[in-house]
Design a protein around this ligand. Sequence first.
Ligand SMILES: Cc1cc2nc3c(=O)[nH]c(=O)nc-3n(C[C@H](O)[C@H](O)[C@H](O)COP(=O)(O)OP(=O)(O)OC[C@H]3O[C@@H](n4cnc5c(N)ncnc54)[C@H](O)[C@@H]3O)c2cc1C
Length: 445
Amino acid sequence: MTAEAKPDFPYVQSYWSLDQELEVSPPLNEDHRTEVVVMGAGFAGLASALGLIEARPDLKVTVIEAHHAGYGASGRNSGQIFNLPPFAWFLQNLSNYTHRTNARRAVRLIDDQIAKTFALLAEAGHDFECEKSVLQVVARNAVTAAGAAWVCKRLQKAGVETSFFDGKAAQGRVGSATRAILDVPAYRVHPFKLAQSLRKVLLSRGVSFYEDTPVDHIHSHTGGVTLRGPGYTVEAEKAVMTTNAYTAAHNIDLDFAYPKVTNSHTYMIATEVLSQDVLDKITATGDGFGDAALRFYYGRLHNGRLLFGGEDRKSSVLPEEDRHKASFASLHAEMLRRFPFLDHAEIYAAWGGAFQSNVLEIPQIRRAGVGGNVILNVAYGGNGVSGTLMSGRLMRHLVLHVQDDPDTLAHLQLLADTGVPWAGLVPSGIGLAATFLRRSLGFRY
Ligand SMILES: Cc1cc2nc3c(=O)[nH]c(=O)nc-3n(C[C@H](O)[C@H](O)[C@H](O)COP(=O)(O)OP(=O)(O)OC[C@H]3O[C@@H](n4cnc5c(N)ncnc54)[C@H](O)[C@@H]3O)c2cc1C
């Protein structure tokens, strides 16, 4: 496709749901009583319900979703899952024993939890195209290369298996300008199939599922929680709120404070099926890639296509902004800037989604509302899937008050205690500058 013949972006649903048969449970249109109600069937909601039912198989759990499982960011993302905790934890002073132990424990815990969840789904016969892979973090200039070298050492200190490719060793691995590459371990999945698989496992375990059922009122009181929506009321002992960025679209009436967060949009385009030669030029190893330019860009291959995405902080969270023509146009231009040889490639799909985050990208997982009867499980950032899957494990403590897992308790404490890591920022800045200087003087990683 030439620069003159720009695509007009077919405004279709998520690429991942295009060829999928969608199973949707009937909406709730009568009054309902349950022990725990989960609002939202993205990965955070699905994992929360699974964590609860695994902790207490006899528990009465109900999931209520405004559209269908995987409707939000969970069914639209690029399907690259890095088993990493929030990056702020790596900015702490990792020479300090406590910080290092915390970071290592968090890495191991998230890794374990994701592996367990995937094993459970595979055992139940679900295929969500899961493969172990790496994400190639591309550094395009001397400053970002020094940053990547420094991050690599930090991650290794915290027990993450990373590799760093510098200069010639990095050339040709990704077909765009590359100074260095940091490989971070990741899983690659089909995100929509993953959401649907989790839904099916929950149904098989007796969870009540209501889709096309928006919640528009949550009232927390001493006796529990009351939810209301069009034509129904739910009375529950506890409620888990996992509505994330789509909370804003539904304008829910809450009687407790919602965390301070911002909503951002990220967009993706998928090319037509490309020849193997072209795919090899995009990424020689076949692994996904991402890099921070002025905005964050990332990509991966799927079924012979390139899926290319990027964030657009300027667009708001209104549902119609999920299809934002200006964002698609600048994303397409960025893809061509990196891979000019794609100028003839037709665009097969274009879709977007919203995510919510706070300044540190720390998810908000805690009790709220009267008597702590509402459990907030929101604010997963742009690399949030690992955190959402991990969150299920935390529900046994937050909802059921089971205190039998010291790792879970430590993880929750870490989430609650994390602020701006001032004490780590100064040494981090010095370490980063020293890495840059060493590299400028010709000392390699
Ligand atoms: C295009 C894109 C690419 C991304 N790429 C990656 C990636 O490669 N790797 C990664 O780790 N992360 C990625 N992310 C981020 C990741 O997808 C999110 O952090 C994660 O999916 C958030 O999950 P969630 O369950 O919190 O929210 P969501 O998946 O948004 O789920 C929230 C659910 O709540 C429902 N809901 C909202 N309000 C109501 C209501 N009032 N009543 C009932 N239901 C309601 C919504 O319909 C929705 O289904 C990406 C995000 C996008 C949009």
